[in-house]
Design a protein around this ligand. Structure first.
Ligand code: ZN
Length: 202
């Protein structure tokens, strides 16, 4: 599967001039939710991710996603793995399990996101699960922005990555884009466009 092409076909990989949450500019942007828009295509992606997890011999009881971004991917991955699906939600400074979801002591859990940038939300989810006695056996996401090292990927983990090194990260592909400080941005220097802010708020 050509994962980048799947993203392009879904209009989930955008070309343009973007203002990122970090304040940097980029000519490419991943609008991750778009790749989950058609359930049958989404299932092909999570089936591929499940195959990677199986091949690595990881045993899993449950997939847990940090809401909101990871919920659809987590649910589809749970279906691909034929295990339970739960999610944690933001609270002050972290994440927590709500809505009557429970986990057993030692339950083997994969934390699943749609996209791993520095892994901050995934780490908060893992901490919430571990505080309840769960055993986080892996992280998983469709796309890896290249700050963290995924199983089978070429890149090494960057200092920005917040995921622990001793727990594997499975992702379908690395999406490593050039980022520029606004004053160094070649697109700004061209003067033909202004950086727009994509993402979950537009
Ligand atoms: Zn710019």
């Amino acid at each position: 599967m050509n994962v980048e092409q799947v993203y392009k076909d879904a209009n989930a990989l955008l070309d343009g001039h973007f203002l990122l949450a970090s304040g940097n500019h980029s000519s490419r942007y991943l609008q991750s939710a778009k790749v989950m828009e058609y359930p049958k295509k989404a299932a092909l992606l999570t089936d591929a991710l499940a195959t990677m997890i199986h091949k690595a011999g990881i045993e899993v009881d449950t997939v847990c996603a940090p809401a909101l971004g990871g919920v659809l991917t987590g649910y589809e991955l749970a279906r691909s793995l034929d295990v339970r699906s739960i999610f944690v939600e933001k609270k002050e400074g972290g994440m927590e399990l709500r809505r009557g979801f429970t986990i057993a002591k030692g339950e083997k859990i994969i934390i699943c996101e749609d996209i791993i940038t520095t892994g901050g939300s995934a780490l908060k989810a893992a901490k919430a699960i571990e505080a309840l006695g769960g055993n986080v056996v892996a992280f998983a996401s469709l796309a890896n922005r290249g700050f963290c090292k995924r199983v089978g990927g070429n890149d090494t983990a960057k200092p920005e990555c917040s995921l622990p090194e001793n727990i594997p990260l499975f992702a379908l592909d690395d999406f490593t884009f050039e980022m520029y400080a606004p004053e160094d941005c070649p697109l700004c220097k061209e003067g033909k466009s202004e950086a727009i802010k994509p993402g979950s708020k537009s």
